[in-house]
Unconditional design. Structure first.
Length: 375
């Protein structure tokens, strides 16, 4: 969850004091773009700018529009793309197209924004809808979904029910984006045939909390991995059964340190498809039971550290324990990409590079050696 990351306290202070600020969000992205759907930049009541919508390409133009909205202009929708004339001023040099929704936020325009802030702070899932979004702006009807409890209304019970269903689906799939709802009650993606007179375009912003990074083994490599993983937005856990090694002092950057046998911990802790499990003990007493427990979970990434000799011996033990060839394909061993690193920090970089590549369905090769969009 990157929304409001790094400036949550400031935004909460503005809102609770009743101060008005502008929020610009990426609501649609076509082709290569620097930041994902939902990326946000805020302009505070004194003109301060926080966050980013493009990594720098169009920030100046967005800031100018945000100040106008902050001064009383209606919400605006702006589209930015590459052209020879404006590529170095307000265009996207990467060649993509961004649609940015710019609106003012305060207690009057978004009374439920305090709920959003609370959920972001606690890392809990929350989704909300803004719309109808048009080519020029958006109205300010909103519904916030807190678990299964929606807040707010569009003024129509049937429409509210359909939007609540979309919010739940967006949270389940961790997907923010534009949706078109037809007045006859059928919804579809924004790319559907245009029926402007019979539809509403809505932007759903879904925040599902940070993905988990579970590191097995209280080693120096684990400390480096927990630190870098936290910097990348993961909720990090270090697990080791040895209390002398599994201490908060040794892992100051980990969100939590668990003193428990790793296989037992993996059997009861919440794990989903976004969870990465990294087993760094390279000791058969810990490795094999931990891998078996990880394979019984829906974890999206399972990696195990060790030399090639350790890797082959571990595979033999796993086969003897009944692990199938298909299951073995889920295990990334030896862990990480071939970066040639030797330090704990370089090893952590190698591991997280593999995790990010797998999560995005990419090869992990040098960009110069592949074709297609970078993002």
């Amino acid at each position: 969850m990157t929304f409001l990351k790094g400036f949550l306290d400031q935004v909460e202070d503005w809102f609770l004091k009743g101060q008005r600020f502008a929020m610009a969000r990426v609501v649609e992205s076509i082709g290569s773009s620097p930041l994902p759907i939902g990326a946000a930049m805020l302009v505070g009541p004194n003109g301060e700018a926080l966050g980013s919508v493009s990594g720098g390409c169009v920030e100046g133009a967005v800031y100018h529009t945000a100040t106008e909205v902050l001064s009383g202009a209606p919400p605006r929708t702006e589209r930015y793309g590459y052209s020879d004339a404006d590529a170095l001023s307000v265009g996207l040099t990467c060649g993509g197209i961004l649609t940015i929704l710019i609106e003012a936020i305060d207690r009057d325009t978004f009374p439920h924004f305090e709920e959003v802030i609370a959920h972001v702070r606690e890392g809990e899932p929350v989704a909300w809808v803004t719309g109808p979004v048009t080519t020029t702006g958006a109205e300010v009807h909103r519904i916030v979904l807190d678990g299964n409890k929606p807040s707010g209304t569009f003024g129509d019970a049937a429409l509210d029910t359909e939007i609540a269903g979309l919010l739940k689906s967006s949270l389940h799939h961790s997907a923010s984006g534009l949706h078109r709802i037809f007045k006859r009650g059928v919804s579809c993606s924004i790319g559907a045939p245009d029926e402007e007179s019979n539809s509403l375009n809505l932007f759903i912003h879904a925040l599902t909390g940070p993905p988990r990074l579970i590191v097995v083994g209280a080693s120096s490599h684990a400390a480096a991995l927990a630190s870098l993983g936290r910097a990348l937005g993961y909720h990090t856990t270090v697990c080791d059964a040895r209390p002398v090694f599994a201490t908060g002092e040794r892992f100051p950057d980990s969100h939590e340190v668990v003193r428990e046998w790793p296989d037992r911990y993996l059997m009861h802790t919440p794990i989903d498809a976004r969870t990465a499990i990294c087993i760094l003990t390279h000791d058969a007493r810990f490795d094999v039971p931990a891998v078996l427990a990880a394979l019984a979970s829906p974890a999206g990434y399972i990696g195990v550290m060790g030399s090639r000799t350790t890797h082959h011996d571990r595979n033999r033990r796993l086969c003897e324990a009944g692990v199938t060839t298909e299951q073995m394909r889920r295990v990334h061993s030896p862990i990480g990409l071939d970066l040639g690193g030797r330090t704990a920090e370089e090893t952590a970089l190698s591991i997280l590079a593999e995790i990010v590549a797998l999560r995005n369905g990419r090869s992990g090769k040098a960009l110069a050696a592949v074709h297609g969009p970078i993002h």
